[in-house]
Design a protein around this ligand. Structure first.
Ligand code: ZN
Length: 668
């Protein structure tokens, strides 16, 4: 592979097509060097001679190129200077601790690496240049470094034969490379073999160090390179090693391919902590794509369309790459949620720009807003801890969840829909095992009649699903129930499908007298956001009536029982179906109210003695009686008579008008 002219990776991509089911090949190429440049060029500087930093670095900065600098620890390099240039992207590597005359031993390697990492926090020293070019034990060197430099005056191959003997060209008045012409000659060698020219520089201009090189030659050489940018990738010693190893180890698998999106995985078998330099990749442009947006792991990566190819730079094992046609969109989204949803919400400040995306580097402040009876219980997702508010600097799309916990009973949020049986909506009646029966809603009571019993309670049942049941959450289930005569019934909170795992179950004995039942339990099974409640009545015939079914989250089991208040209805001349009063938890909303009827009147609502209208959302704090408000419907026969009188008057007026017209004509 290393002698091939270009690295050309053919990748088998499987295209799923429901119409034909065929598969076809597609090809991706990984650039031999970054940006599909022909060769790589590295400038290494040994011994930390002072002119390297005062003279050479400013020239590199002028062209935007980075070099690799190798101080000797015991020679007391200026760490502030090294830290400053490291932060600008230059490399700092090991040139031993004491510059021994022979081969570096393990201590020279480890102590020099450790000291560089200690002096330059966040920097990972991982290349070495051997003092006096003496190759040490390479197995030992490989414990600390990804590659080492020798001095053979040769341009390295596209893939160096040995990463711990990477050749270099000695520069300056003691070396073979001392003029622009010398550099151009070596650069041509690199270009012709698609290889890697590593230059070894010590002193610059008139410093006191070894083998000085004129800064004017450095300037002219970098200028020549800049003018031939497609031929030469100027990079650090470290980055060229990373790139060539990753390029040889990388595999591309196209995962999906549609007109509007291509996804692929770029993987290698190298250590992701070190080998995370982006590789330059291209593929042919799909038909109709004129622009491209590339994301890796959800974050935008560099991409472009040029000469029939999509180009992008991606990191091996850095997440799935997605290519979509269209102008790249800058910025990132912040999505927030509350868990559980009823526990509260999250505000984000500042508000996002009109396109919903914050520019990279924006700091946003997230504030949890608990609902009544809930409190904030920490962040999850792309955030953790419990800062309130939480400041996050945006560098990618963020998904953050605020967790909330109950501190009081959540009396306002009945998790059961239509628990007062205004009709049969939201409930499903089911019969199994040759049973027969009916389910109706009469006077705010779910009424189940069984005519043919089965062998099990659940043979006849009413159920409701879609009930969120989070693990660890505590619930109180309450309902009222009676039967035409004594009989059993069972109630379950359970999984909605086979195996119908039970989260709570209770058998109750019903009597003709309506009873209120109340149970508290904790959800111990895994969270089920589609839990269901079932009332099972399949083993006896007496008709069952169920009302006021309520399931709420509670702060603690066995906590204070909810106070009940009574709402009494005065139909005020009308007729009620069902009870004339209901019992409601103090502080909770009433829920569905009955609708009375009265001949010749329209029901306008329930009002109290202060003329305040009561609705299903009114909160009750004490016993109260409400009175039906009626509007009389006017008798239709009276209206009919009025209409015919008016019609007669119109007739008279019309004929009078005609007469007046005739009189006017006579006058003319
Ligand atoms: Zn040296």
């Amino acid at each position: 592979m290393k002698n091939k002219i270009t690295f050309f990776f053919t990748v088998i991509a499987v295209f799923f097509s429901s119409a034909t089911g065929f598969s076809q090949n597609s090809s991706y190429e990984i650039g031999t060097w970054e940006g599909f440049r022909t060769s790589a060029v590295t400038f290494t500087f040994d011994d930390a001679c002072s002119n390297q930093f005062t003279v050479a670095v400013p020239i590199f900065d002028k062209y935007g190129y980075k070099g690799s600098f190798y101080p000797v620890i015991d020679w007391g390099p200026n760490w502030n200077t090294l830290k400053t240039i490291a932060n600008k992207g230059h490399e700092i590597g090991s040139h031993s601790k004491s510059h021994p005359s022979g081969a570096m031993n393990e201590s020279e390697m480890s102590s020099s690496k450790d000291e560089i990492n200690r002096q330059i926090p966040g920097f990972d020293c991982n290349t070495v240049v051997y003092p006096n070019c003496v190759v040490p034990n390479k197995t030992t060197a490989a414990k600390y470094f990804i590659g080492g430099r020798i001095c053979n005056n040769q341009v390295a191959n596209t893939t160096p034969a040995d990463y711990f003997e990477i050749g270099s060209i000695i520069c300056g008045n003691q070396g073979q490379c001392n003029s622009l012409a010398n550099f151009q000659s070596q650069l041509n060698n690199a270009k012709n073999k698609k290889g890697w020219a590593v230059f070894l520089i010590h002193e610059v201009d008139n410093g006191s160090g070894y083998s000085p090189l004129a800064s004017s030659v450095i300037d002219q050489t970098l200028d020549h390179i800049k003018k031939n940018d497609g031929d030469f990738w100027v990079t650090t010693f470290r980055n060229a090693i990373l790139y060539s190893k990753e390029r040889n180890a990388a595999k591309i698998t196209e995962v999906s391919n549609t007109a509007n999106e291509i996804t692929l995985n770029l993987t290698d078998n190298l250590d992701n902590a070190t080998y995370k330099y982006p590789l330059s990749i291209r593929r042919t442009v799909p038909a109709g794509w004129t622009d491209v947006t590339a994301l890796q792991g959800g974050k935008e990566i560099e991409s472009s369309i040029k000469s029939g190819y999509i180009y992008f730079n991606a990191v091996p094992d850095g997440g799935t790459v997605t290519l979509t046609p269209g102008t790249p969109v800058s910025g990132f989204t912040v999505s927030t949620s509350a868990s559980p949803e009823t526990g509260g919400s999250v505000t984000v400040s500042p508000n996002p720009p009109a396109n919903g995306r914050y520019e990279e580097g924006t700091t946003v402040s997230l504030t949890p807003v608990p609902s009544t009876n809930w409190e904030f219980d920490g962040w999850s997702g792309d955030a953790s801890g419990n800062n309130m508010p939480l400041s996050i600097r945006i560098t990618k799309n963020l998904t953050v969840t605020a967790k909330f916990k109950l501190v009081g009973d959540d009396v306002d949020n009945n998790l059961i829909k239509n628990g007062t049986f205004a009709n049969t909506n939201d409930w499903t009646f089911s019969q199994h095992n040759n049973t027969t029966g009916t389910f109706t809603a009469v006077g705010n009571e779910g009424t189940i009649s069984v005519t043919q019993t089965g062998t099990a309670d659940h043979n006849v049942q009413i159920v409701q699903n879609g009930i969120p049941m989070e693990q660890g959450t505590k619930f109180r289930l309450t309902f009222d129930a009676s039967a035409t005569s004594s009989r059993p019934m069972s109630v379950f909170m359970q999984m909605d499908s086979d195996p119908y795992t039970s989260y709570f179950e209770q058998s109750v004995d019903l009597t003709a007298q309506k009873q209120s039942f109340s149970y508290e339990f904790e959800m111990e099974e895994a969270t089920d956001m589609n839990g269901r409640i079932a009332f099972n009545v399949g083993t006896a015939t007496p008709t069952v009536k169920i009302s006021n079914v309520k399931l709420i989250r509670i702060a603690e089991i066995g906590g204070p029982a909810p106070e009940k208040v009574t709402l009494t209805f005065d139909p005020n001349g009308g007729t009620m179906q069902g009870e004339n009063s209901i019992s409601v938890e103090q502080g909770a909303v009433i829920g569905t109210l009955p609708t009375p009827t009265r001949n010749g009147y329209t029901f306008e609502g329930w009002i109290d003695s202060n003329n305040v209208k009561y609705t299903e959302n009114t909160i009750l704090t004490a016993d109260v009686t409400v009175t039906a408000s009626w509007k009389e419907i006017k008798d239709l026969s009276e209206l009919t008579e009025e209409v015919s009188n008016l019609q007669e008057q119109i007739k008279v007026l019309t004929s009078e008008t005609e007469n007046l017209k005739l009189l006017l004509e006579d006058c003319e």
